[in-house]
Design a protein around this ligand. Sequence first.
Ligand code: C2E
Ligand code: MG
Ligand code: MG
Ligand code: MG
Length: 283
Amino acid sequence: RVKEHGKTGFQRYTAEMNDTAIQTLIMEEWLNKALEEEQFVLFYQPQIKIESNRIIGMEALLRWRHPNLGLIPPGEFIPLAEETGLIIPIGEWVLRTACKQNVAWQQAGFEPMKMAVNISPIQFHQGCFVEVVLDALQESGLDPQYLELEITEGIAMFQVDQVIHKLQILRNHGVQISIDDFGTGYSSLTYLKKFPIHKLKIAQEFVRGLTFDPDDAAIVQAIIAMAHSLKLDVIAEGVETNEQLEFLTSVECREIQGYIYSRPLPAHELTHIMPTIAAHHVG
Ligand code: C2E
Ligand code: MG
Ligand code: MG
Ligand code: MG
């Protein structure tokens, strides 16, 4: 089966089920089971302040540890979780787990840092989303200023007024809001004006070409300048090379996330290496 070369076990498995309806049903069953049997795990990727070389945050990134197929990346199951609505209980689990982990790191003596959690538009649009977030904070005891919600421009496809209302309530509670993959959605500039947000995340697709594609360089530079003028924080994601890091520093991007510092890792691995990937442990 040449055409399936390079696919993961999961993609190969599902491709063999050629009836789409049955495939969806089986997958839905599997996802339900994954939730019940606690097969989901969070990996975490550090966010670094360049100037001080310190970890200022972590992004929680979901993986599915399937008993037979191994570790499945989010791109392979989140779309179906969104279609079936399962993203709502899964997303709630992510929020609760990420908040608890952040508290655990603080209790272990690490300097307080932000925990960034990806929020699907479907999850955000559920009626009780604000309550779900506040519950996760209360249950874990995490100070709201150390929770950051990563939303995407797609969140504003409908019910813009309600979106703004929810963001305002969250902001009033002290929760931070960032726009993920900034610049890859549509009519982003409207949101910058209307949404009570704190931070822009420059999409990896612009960072990738930074050092060889003048258009990417121009876009990244423009996003950073705009963020500064609007008094928003800005972070570049997907930073892999020293050349990219140098460019970003030269255009006054102060925070980065990417393989150059660390891949996303399980919590216990980060606990061990945190002191060495940045000057995080120095008082
Ligand atoms: P994202 O939020 O934009 O996350 C960044 C993705 O880039 C992650 O992929 C991360 O592993 C990857 N990455 C980080 N640094 C580098 C780098 O230097 N080079 C390269 N090539 N890649 C890098 P991942 O973990 O596969 O997640 C993919 C997407 O799945 C995320 O994109 C996010 O949209 C979604 N996702 C992940 N976890 C969750 C979750 O808990 N809930 C929801 N709704 N979506 C999630
Ligand atoms: Mg993200
Ligand atoms: Mg992103
Ligand atoms: Mg994304």
